[in-house]
Design a protein around this ligand. Structure first.
Ligand code: ZN
Length: 186
């Protein structure tokens, strides 16, 4: 190969790298080629009772909406529990580690899958964002009982990808969730 051809190849590579860089800047999610991370969160539904299947659906949703995250039933980094009364909540010990508790009373008012995906979102490093917007997952109960959207918005999924791409600094936190109870009649 002539030096001239090598030079042209090098120029092509540099141009390619510049394109990748500019794409990386335009897109908040790290490009898969730049950050090869596939962090596995092992979740466990053995204590989830009637919500085990819903936890599986929520895990599938998070897997489908992210690149750097792989939720799998391979252990108990993330335990799923349920209770009645007191509210649903998430306890994050560290990114990808902790447990989620689903309140059966809330799950009769709000869409259980939305509650589950939201609470798991906390374990994946997302904070609450109670602004009433149903297209956001982390708006939680502020979007009302009529909001059944169980999918993370693109910005929320991108944040999880950043967290699991090594850019997150999410530590331990407890999220006592606000999924307000409906006013009782009479
Ligand atoms: Zn929350």
């Amino acid at each position: 190969m002539s030096p001239r051809r090598i030079g042209r190849r090098f120029a092509t590579l540099v141009a390619g790298a510049a394109t990748a860089l500019s794409l990386g800047l335009a897109n908040p999610a790290p490009a898969a080629a730049d950050v090869v991370v596939n962090a596995t969160v092992c979740y466990n539904t053995s204590q989830a009772g009637p919500y085990a299947g819903i936890a599986d659906q929520a895990a599938s949703i998070w897997n489908a909406y992210t690149n750097n995250l792989n939720m799998s039933k391979c252990g108990s980094n993330l335990m799923i529990y349920y209770t009645t009364g007191g509210g649903s909540y998430a306890v994050r010990r560290s990114l990808g580690n902790g447990y989620v508790v689903i309140d059966t009373a809330q799950a009769q008012q709000y869409a259980p899958l939305r509650i589950m995906t939201h609470e798991i979102g906390h374990i994946l490093g997302l904070p609450d964002n109670y602004n009433g917007q149903c297209h956001l997952l982390m708006s939680g109960g502020s979007a009302g009982t009529g909001c059944t959207n169980p999918y993370p918005y693109s910005t929320e999924a991108a944040q999880v990808d950043r967290n699991f791409g090594g850019f997150g600094a999410e530590g331990a936190q407890v999220f006592r969730d606000s999924w307000p109870a409906l006013a009782t009649i009479g």
